[in-house]
Design a protein. Structure first.
Length: 204
């Protein structure tokens, strides 16, 4: 497992708090259920009211997520997509998304939304022309597209549709829920001394 969330958590929790981490990649809906049922400790995501019902949430965000649009290079309506101002301008498009995406569940009700188990599947479908767009975090998506070797097939439309804090959410059943105050203090310190910025910059 690799990625910006993993790098930040390893730096804060392993290197500074001295707690060893194990990262596992799972379909998103299953990952959330595991934390809810007490079979896993934590995830990083948008702290929706439903997630707050079974997790304790960090005050300091792991990352501020800038939600932008991604589409297949050469899409026939690329010019129109580049002029989008609001989500309502996307009603006519088929939006590829992944199961368990809380932002999509909250903001894309009533849209033409085709769901897959994983974000990687979404990008592969987008590259194959099996949908029009995906709306997701810019930094995470650009890095993942490089790893999937799809950066030449999918383009970003850098219009920010939303800014969302991505927080550490630790299950209320977890024995590690008590670390959140120290996690927040360490995040704040590392943000001030530019340690976090150096991690973020690797993904831009």
């Amino acid at each position: 497992m690799q990625g910006i969330f993993i790098d930040v958590l390893d730096e804060v929790i392993q290197n500074h708090l001295g707690i060893r981490l194990y990262h596992e990649g799972l379909p998103w809906a299953r990952a959330q259920k595991m934390v809810k049922d007490g079979n896993a400790d934590a995830f990083v995501t948008i702290p929706t009211p439903e997630r707050k019902s079974y997790t304790e949430v960090s005050r300091e965000p792991v990352l501020i997520s800038y939600m932008t649009i991604f589409t297949k290079k050469g899409h026939e309506k690329l010019n129109a997509l580049e002029k989008v101002n609001t989500l309502d301008d996307l009603k006519e498009y088929i939006i590829l998304d992944y199961i368990g995406n809380g932002w999509g569940d909250k903001n894309l009700t009533g849209f033409r939304r085709d769901l897959s188990p994983r974000l990687d599947t979404v990008f592969r479908m987008l590259a194959a022309g099996r949908g029009d767009i995906n709306i997701t975090d810019s930094m995470v998506a650009l890095h993942r597209l490089k790893e999937l070797n799809l950066q030449e097939e999918i383009v970003e439309i850098p219009i920010v549709l939303d800014e969302v804090p991505m927080s550490l959410c630790i299950g209320k059943y977890s024995s590690f829920a008590h670390i959140l105050p120290e996690f927040d203090r360490t995040m704040e310190k590392l943000r001030k001394n530019s340690t976090l910025q150096s991690i973020y910059s690797k993904y831009r």
